[in-house]
Design a protein around this ligand. Structure first.
Ligand code: NAD
Length: 607
């Protein structure tokens, strides 16, 4: 591990020293936009960094994930917001360059995917460091949740890109096939200029995944990352705009807050992808609808975890405790939000859960989150002081704290892992928690647990993004999955399902619209154009198809049309017996030849 880390650091220090100093400079806020400094400053001021040099250098030059290094003081970057007045020209530029269709060829797209891969490999430690600075997470988290997964997605897209781009032949049914010979095909066509708005909570994956898939599909992208994860956004801005990894025409970065995003949304895009909260999701959807733009909304909500009496309780407790806290201190759209536990196993479950919390996240490990030991960071930090305060305030007199609840340090953005007992009326059950607090709701049996979710959430369209269930009973698994609609589902585990790019990821109801990941992402960012290719140029009325198609119509034509329309009814069942016919036909032919041979032989006797 040490070897890998130090090699990566070496690569970075060599690779990054080539970057133009002016780029680093450009990423710093200039005096012209000083008016907006205060709001951004709020976020990086909260990261507890000490400045070793007030003339602050680029994040890259100090990238080093070695906790023993003396270079712990990473200068605070500042995020240059894109001036509002330059957003419109930037979109026009994206549109003009897309119109040349330079993104269409396979080789071009592949080179861009290679570029994203190099971007991650060359800057592995620096990216891991920014995750630590923004979210207080250690390198194990950054690698497992962000970097390794991203490399897997890129490699999967690269190996499948040619096949995804291939035009597929499809059948041509009656009466479309009357002009034989005809051919039907399906071709993925880029949508054009894509707007991608990404959040702060998995800033690398949730930025680079839609970007990767939009580029694979041949689009030009305008990217708006979150202003809250200032270190990661600064670094990604620098890398994506450097021209070192991606063709600069393919991605245009716009930085800013709601104001810049609103300006972006005034314009027409050909496709929009938004990941973030529901409230802004509605704004984005409304703005996109004005231009009839297809929109992918990756939103959130409360993810229930069913723990039935047939669950392996110790295993469930370990996995839930891990998923709740390691998963970015609960700041993931896939975080377990609340557990519905059957009364008969509640005590055993709570005991196992507290034991797991103590074992994985002892109070002594909290110090690792105060910036003095970057290699730990087992319990991450909240993204901002405001968010930490919001999460802590959810634990009020409406619930009963059964684990933790102390040691919060909201000024340092730290919320300690906490377990509370709640009811439907508890504050903690009103909104997505998005922090390391787990709510436990006790239910008499499985039917009541299902009813709880249906009454409080499903009936209002608040379908969970993720449904988690812990039970060894297949019958119970089926019962829960049938009763509760959800974007995705994991049985006897949490979180990990979302890293599988062979299945689509996306919500349902208030948790989202559409899905992406791998081929599903490529499909979302493509328009599948169906085409009919007719090679027959006949105009002769002796051609039955011509005679029948064109007026004046009469009874004969109607009769002919009706008769032909019945052919699929005959050929349909024939198709079904085709596999059997394939075997029987040679046997029958062989038999026929054999019989013919005998007959020829016998003909002699008739002479
Ligand atoms: P956020 O604050 O980072 O916002 C997301 C993006 O929206 C940012 O780039 C932000 O600048 C932009 N934005 C802010 N105001 C805007 C406006 N008026 N118009 C357009 N864009 C605007 O993220 P957040 O909302 O705090 O994210 C947390 C939520 O996101 C949670 O609910 C979580 O469950 C959800 N989420 C969902 C997924 C998913 O894949 N389904 C992934 C991550 C997070």
């Amino acid at each position: 591990m040490k070897f890998v880390a130090s090699s990566a650091s070496l690569l970075i220090s060599v690779g990054l020293s080539n970057l133009s100093p002016s780029l680093a400079f450009n990423c710093r806020r200039t005096s012209a936009i000083i008016g907006r400094f205060t709001s951004t400053k709020r976020y990086h001021a909260a990261t507890m960094m000490t400045r070793s040099d007030s003339s602050s250098t680029s994040l890259l030059s100090s990238s080093n994930n070695n906790s023993n290094s003396n270079e712990e003081t990473v200068p605070s970057p500042s995020l240059t917001y894109t001036p509002i007045s330059s957003i419109s020209p930037l979109i026009t530029e994206a549109r003009t360059s897309y119109a040349t269709h330079f993104t269409h060829p396979y080789q071009f797209r592949l080179a861009q995917l290679d570029g994203i891969e190099r971007l991650i490999r060359d800057n592995y430690s620096a990216l891991s460091k920014t995750i630590n600075l923004d979210l207080g997470q250690g390198s194990m988290y950054a690698e497992a949740f962000e970097l390794t997964g991203m490399l897997g997605r890129i490699s999967y897209a690269k190996s499948n890109l040619r096949q995804w781009m291939t035009t597929q032949s499809v059948p041509t049914p009656f009466p479309v096939n009357l002009n034989m010979p005809v051919h039907s095909q399906l071709t993925p066509y880029p949508r054009g200029v894509a707007l991608i708005i990404s959040p702060w909570n998995l800033p690398i994956t949730l930025t680079l995944t839609p970007l990767l898939e939009a580029i694979a599909a041949g689009n030009v992208c305008v990217l708006k990352m979150s202003e809250k994860c200032v270190h990661t956004t600064s670094l990604l801005t620098e890398l994506l705009s450097s021209g070192k990894y991606l063709d600069q025409r393919v991605v245009k970065v716009v930085n800013g807050e709601a104001e810049e995003a609103t300006e972006l949304l005034r314009h027409r895009f050909d496709v929009v992808s938004y990941t973030g909260g529901e409230k802004v999701g509605r704004i984005v959807n409304e703005a996109a609808a004005k231009h009839l733009t297809p929109t992918l909304l990756e939103l959130g909500g409360k993810n229930p975890v069913f723990v039935t009496k047939n669950a392996d309780i110790a295993c469930a407790a370990m996995r839930i405790a891990w998923g709740k806290v390691t998963g970015n201190a609960g700041q993931l759209c896939i975080s377990p939000d609340y557990c519905l536990v059957e009364e008969s196993v509640k005590e055993e479950f709570v005991e196992a859960l507290c034991k797991a919390m103590d074992e994985f996240y002892p109070v002594s490990s909290y110090s690792g989150n105060n910036g003095d030991d970057n290699s730990r960071g087992d319990v991450g930090k909240m993204i901002s002081v405001e968010h930490a305060e919001r999460v802590v305030s959810m634990v009020d007199s409406t619930c009963n704290v059964i684990y933790g609840g102390k040691h919060h340090d909201t000024k340092e953005r730290f919320v300690a892992p906490t377990i509370v007992e709640a009811t439907a009326d508890s504050t903690v059950m009103k909104d997505e928690i998005f922090g390391p607090i787990l709510a436990i709701v006790t239910v008499p049996d499985l039917d009541s647990a299902i009813e709880y979710v249906q009454t409080n959430f499903s009936s209002k369209g608040k379908h969970p993004l993720n449904l988690y269930l812990f039970t060894k009973s297949k019958k119970e698994q089926q019962q829960i999955m049938n009763a509760i609609p959800s974007g995705t589902c994991a049985v006897n585990d949490v979180i990990k399902h979302s890293a599988n790019y062979y299945v689509p990821f996306g919500g349902i109801g208030t948790s989202g619209l559409g899905a992406y990941y791998g081929k599903f992402g490529f499909d979302f960012f493509s328009h599948y154009r169906g085409s009919l290719l007719v090679k027959n140029h006949s105009t002769s009325k002796l051609d039955p198809a011509v005679w029948m198609q064109f007026p004046p119509y009469n009874d004969k034509k109607i009769f002919a049309f009706r008769s032909l329309s019945k052919l699929p009814l005959i050929f349909g069942p024939l198709k079904r017996i085709a596999p059997v016919a394939k075997v029987l036909l040679p046997v029958a032919l062989g038999g026929l030849l054999f019989w013919a041979g005998i007959m020829v032989e016998r003909l002699k006797y008739f002479g």
